[in-house]
Design a protein around this ligand. Structure first.
Ligand code: SF4
Ligand code: FES
Length: 251
């Protein structure tokens, strides 16, 4: 374990020192060995893990790798394991941790790129293709036509599931996914529920069964609830998995 301290110039009075320990490893570099590195820095008001990591990167370790885009819980890039739980770093405040000690690891189940950076994009893309994550209709698209009305409660239900930001946290929190590489997880099953609810999609339950009617789909879920407990967008994942399972059992 290597320790580093920030050369902090701001007034320390009234602010506590926190310790952030980060897993560091570059699987692309043969000389790299997995290790933990601890950084000490002064916590500022409203500090998130995003702000803390930027501070570490700009003042102590310019080689530290981690992912961020929006800083607002929208892009899903900054997921990592924070003191044992998968979370969004940009929505996690350092003052939640009373002892000021925070350990960060990369999200499991995804390809590790370097340090805290993982490749969620390729997995999400393959999952989207696998569950055919698009509207299936025989109707010809006419962009000049007025959109067909949809009942407000139906459109609200579709919108609710569309709030998924593909952060991968539900997969990192899922024991089934950790054991079974090909399991589509809550994010994939949520996606099928989204299209099953949408009246624009003409797929039958039999057609959905072809996509998720096995142990890598809806019958692989053991209802351990890790997905719903950790989803940062509070999606009703277990309710929707149960909804799809009831449909698939009838096929
Ligand atoms: S369902 Fe929730 S936890 Fe899973 S990828 Fe979407 S937003 Fe993230
Ligand atoms: S940086 Fe976009 S969700 Fe955290």
């Amino acid at each position: 374990m290597i320790n580093k301290s920030a050369q902090i110039e701001e007034n320390k009075e009234g602010f506590r020192e926190i310790e952030i320990t980060v897993f560091k490893y570059n699987p692309q570099d043969k000389a790299s060995k997995p290790e933990y590195q601890t950084y000490k820095l002064i916590e500022t008001p409203g500090m998130t893990l995003y702000i803390a990591l930027i501070k570490i990167w700009s003042t102590m370790d310019h080689h530290l790798s981690f992912d961020f885009v929006c800083r607002a819980g929208i892009c899903g890039s900054c997921s990592m394991v924070v003191n044992g739980k998968p979370r969004l770093a940009c929505k996690t405040r350092t003052n939640e941790f009373e002892d000021g000690k925070i350990t960060l690891l990369p999200l499991p189940t995804f390809q590790h790129i370097k340090d805290l950076s993982v490749d969620t994009g390729n997995w999400m893309n393959a999952m989207s293709v696998k569950v055919e994550s698009w509207i299936h209709t025989k109707e010809k698209t006419d962009i000049a036509a007025i959109e067909k009305p949809v009942e407000p409660d139906v459109s609200q239900a579709v919108f609710d599931l569309d709030r998924c930001i593909e952060c991968g946290i539900c997969l990192a929190a899922c024991s089934t996914k950790i054991m079974k590489e090909d399991f589509v997880g809550a994010v994939g099953l949520n996606r099928t529920a989204r299209f099953a609810i949408d009246p624009h999609d003409e797929r039958t339950d039999e057609e959905f069964y072809e996509l998720i009617g096995d142990d890598n789909g809806v019958f692989g879920c053991m209802s351990l609830m890790g997905c719903e407990d950790h989803c940062p967008k509070d999606l009703p994942l277990q309710t929707k998995i149960a909804y799809m399972r009831r449909k698939m059992v009838k096929v």
